[in-house]
Design a protein around this ligand. Structure first.
Ligand SMILES: NC(=O)c1ccc[n+]([C@@H]2O[C@H](COP(=O)([O-])OP(=O)(O)OC[C@H]3O[C@@H](n4cnc5c(N)ncnc54)[C@H](O)[C@@H]3O)[C@@H](O)[C@H]2O)c1
Length: 444
């Protein structure tokens, strides 16, 4: 028998199931924009909010600013007449459901920076009206939704569960992944109360293939952190094994290719020059921070951090040793980095280990250039104030021959690695691009 709810919940449920409900999304970034398109493509009207006027203007003109997102989808969404973007947050009373997709970075002290979530919650509170559903999607520590966000929203005088509804549903967007998209990735949903869960689940079920209900917003928050901690720890594990095996003269890539043939009980993770992106190096520390409040330590998270943060140093050391073998010092040596995005085939350089590698090489006096088919200019980064101003060089014989060494940081598919092997003096390969042994290739 279908669950019954108070009249106000039933009324919003009806609006959702008939797709008359208007969806508001705060934060039109890597997460918010694909989510907006997904709802529009299912027939909803979407109002996108962003503080960045350039994004608002681009969306108004039907233009995408995210490279891996098909521009035709944004153009088509604009043509439906059901998509509008705005920087006017006084319009937050217009949508029936508001989804928060703002950044959740770390502070300089590596603690959760909740300023974006807090700021958005206040803006919602200022315009909150009866019957609205609010869902937080930003990755965060357990308790954010039912303590922090609820507390701010209730300053409006309205009551959660009676006047408005509140849930958490983590985003699992994987930029550049061709096999999975927002609409096909199952969506975990946790409500602060039963009515909120029913509403959030109903909303996502309209646009996303499968929703997975959990008993609370906290469980949903913890599920997201668990997924990313699992990745962070396993990346650290293979990175540590890489170093150990290398010392023993064993190739980690050969080992992984063999281990991965086990049809059960093994999940492959690949080593690399560190960890990167907006999620894996940051999210685990949201739990570490919250755990301290409960007198608990998170040893795996700390160790994963130590191992992964050490990797750029390991890579630079490998390059130094290789130069040493050739009677050269790093100082004055021309190094070409291949790939600066944090992972293959995307244009996002956030938290990329490339920055730490560039900084280490710069301090040691190397002369740096890079090629990345997806990152034409090295962006300014708050944490890396001394980075040289660099633009991607064309990758050709001249470029390769005019450098003393090539360092593969990111293994983009668009690069011709045979040509790199032909023309480079030698290559430090952190991604296992070259599987067989070659005198020019140093695996790192
Ligand atoms: N990028 C991913 O692959 C990914 C995957 C899963 C989860 N997440 C999580 O999703 C959340 C958003 O990440 P993202 O990658 O989309 O970030 P992003 O930086 O790409 O997008 C955030 C957007 O919010 C806007 N913004 C900032 N402050 C704002 C404010 N006060 N009001 C309105 N808009 C504001 C920014 O201009 C930007 O357009 C984070 O919590 C992140 O951890 C990201």
């Amino acid at each position: 028998m279908a669950e019954t709810h108070p009249a106000a919940v039933e009324s919003l449920l009806a609006k959702i199931t008939t797709r008359e409900a208007r969806v508001g999304i705060i934060g039109m970034g890597y997460v918010g924009l694909p989510l907006a398109l997904t709802f529009i493509e299912k027939g909803f009207r979407v109002l996108g909010f962003d503080v960045d006027p350039e994004k608002v203007t681009a969306l108004g003109a039907g233009q995408s600013y995210i490279k891996h997102l098909d521009p035709a989808r944004v153009a088509a969404a604009a043509k439906t007449g059901r998509f509008e973007a705005t920087a006017d947050f006084s319009r937050l009373d217009e949508p029936d459901a508001i989804l928060i997709c703002v950044p959740t970075p770390l502070t300089a002290q590596r603690e959760p920076d909740m300023s974006y979530v807090i700021g958005s919650s206040h803006k919602i509170k200022d315009r909150l009206r009866k019957g609205q559903l609010v869902v937080l999607e930003s990755t965060t520590y357990p308790g954010t939704t039912d303590e922090l966000v609820k507390g701010i929203l209730e300053q409006s005088g309205l009551r959660m569960g009676e006047d408005f509804y509140l849930a958490f549903s983590p985003e699992r967007e994987d930029p550049g992944n061709r096999d999975h998209s927002t609409a096909t990735i199952p969506k975990v949903v946790g409500g602060v109360d039963r009515g909120s869960l029913a509403l959030a689940q109903a909303l996502y079920s309209q646009a996303i293939a499968r929703t997975v209900a959990v008993s609370s917003a906290r469980a949903a928050e913890a599920a997201k952190l668990t997924e990313n901690i699992f990745r962070a720890v396993n990346i650290a594990l293979v990175n540590e094994l890489k170093v150990v095996y290398d010392t023993m003269g064993i190739d980690i890539w050969e080992v992984l290719d063999a281990a991965a043939t086990k049809p059960f009980g093994f999940m492959r993770f690949d080593p690399g020059p560190g960890w990167g992106g907006h999620c894996i190096p940051l999210d685990p520390f949201y739990l570490a921070w919250k755990a301290r409040e409960f007198g608990r330590s998170t040893k795996f998270i700390e160790i994963a951090g130590e191992v992964n943060v050490e990797m750029p140093h390991y890579v630079v050391n490998k390059l130094q040793l290789a130069l040493n073998e050739r009677g050269k010092a790093l100082k004055g040596t021309k190094v070409l980095l291949l790939g600066v995005a944090y992972k293959k085939d995307i244009d996002d350089p956030r938290e990329s280990p490339a920055f730490e590698i560039i900084e280490l090489l710069r301090r040691l006096g190397a002369v740096l250039s890079y090629h990345d088919p997806h990152v034409p200019k090295l962006p300014r980064m708050r944490s890396w104030p001394h980075l040289p101003e660099l633009a991607s060089l064309p990758l050709n014989e001249d470029t390769l021959k005019s450098h003393d060494a090539v360092l593969i940081v990111t293994n983009h598919s668009a690069v011709d690695y045979d040509a790199v092997l032909n023309h480079a003096a030698f290559i430090v390969d952190t991604r296992g691009v070259y599987r067989s042994a070659h005198p020019k290739v140093i695996k790192a």
